[in-house]
Design a protein around this ligand. Structure first.
Ligand code: ZN
Length: 278
């Protein structure tokens, strides 16, 4: 099992469980997360959902190189009606796949009509950011750090391009241009992390917040979440993300045309080496 699901009173806890790969997200994990979120949405006794990562890191991002990488496999699709990417070529395959497993899934999870809290420690990088950003609230430990280094691959940020809505545009540019890590303290200062807590208190503080929210009426919470999400969309989040998704795929296609592969030859080792010292 790459995702664990448990209920603690009114709180459903969804835990990514590939700590040996810093919870790198493969498709098996994506669909297991979807199953868990669906279950939490369905269960009338669940008021709040907590998303956590097992081990020292929340998530190192999409799986671009573990033995469990499954980007070439078919899964029953859940986010939309795009056809299977397997057996298709070039941009068609990439666009169909990423529309489903990255952008589509993240948007689907953002719509879960119950409050979701990300409980973040250690690395929250690239695809990991997408998972934290679809949550309504983020509680981070002091050791948590955030980064989107995919510009090193020539790609303008991860598929769920929320950067200039999550943080001020000039900060978003610096975050992307440098690929540097942003500390939890800085993210808190910028208003996109709700609490920064000592590592040993992360779980307790996340559950304290979840328990407090769980006392509110279910429908009231669902409507309030929708209200704020709609406001973000009116500020351009949804349409902006669609337009950037095109640029993202232009970059993948450019890489495929001019270098070894759509990730510009950058595997996890190369990405890690390039980010040393940042
Ligand atoms: Zn991509």
């Amino acid at each position: 099992m790459v995702v664990r699901y448990e209920r603690r009173g009114p709180v459903a806890v969804v835990t990514m469980d590939r700590p040996e790969y810093r919870n790198a997200q493969n498709s098996a994990m994506t669909y297991a997360l979807d199953e868990a979120f669906y279950r939490a949405a369905e269960d009338d006794d669940v008021a709040v959902v907590v998303l956590a990562g097992a081990g020292p890191h929340f998530s190192a991002g999409h799986d671009i190189g573990t033995p469990g990488r499954d980007a070439d496999q078919s899964f029953p699709r859940r986010a939309g009606l795009w056809w299977d990417h397997v057996g298709k070529g070039g941009g068609e395959s990439r666009f169909a796949r990423e529309s489903e497993v990255y952008l589509g899934m993240c948007r689907r999870w953002r719509e879960l009509p119950k409050p979701m809290i990300a409980s973040v420690q250690g690395a929250c990088v690239a695809g990991g950011l997408m998972l934290a950003w679809v949550c309504d609230l983020i509680v981070a430990s002091e050791d948590a750090f955030f980064a989107d280094p995919v510009v090193r691959m020539g790609i303008p940020g991860v598929e769920y391009f929320a950067h200039p809505w999550v943080m001020p545009p000039r900060v978003a540019k610096e975050f992307l241009f440098t690929g540097d890590r942003m500390t939890a303290a800085r993210a808190y200062e910028l208003g996109w992390v709700n609490q920064v807590v000592p590592r040993e208190e992360l779980e307790e503080r996340t559950f304290a917040l979840a328990g407090k929210i769980a006392q509110m009426p279910r429908f009231g919470l669902a409507l309030t979440k929708k209200a704020v999400n709609q406001a973000e969309d009116l500020q351009g989040l949804h349409a902006g993300m669609d337009s950037v998704f095109g640029l993202h795929h232009l970059a993948h296609a450019h890489n495929a045309e001019t270098s070894a592969d759509p990730l510009a030859g950058m595997d996890p080792r190369a990405m890690k080496a390039a980010s040393n010292g940042s």
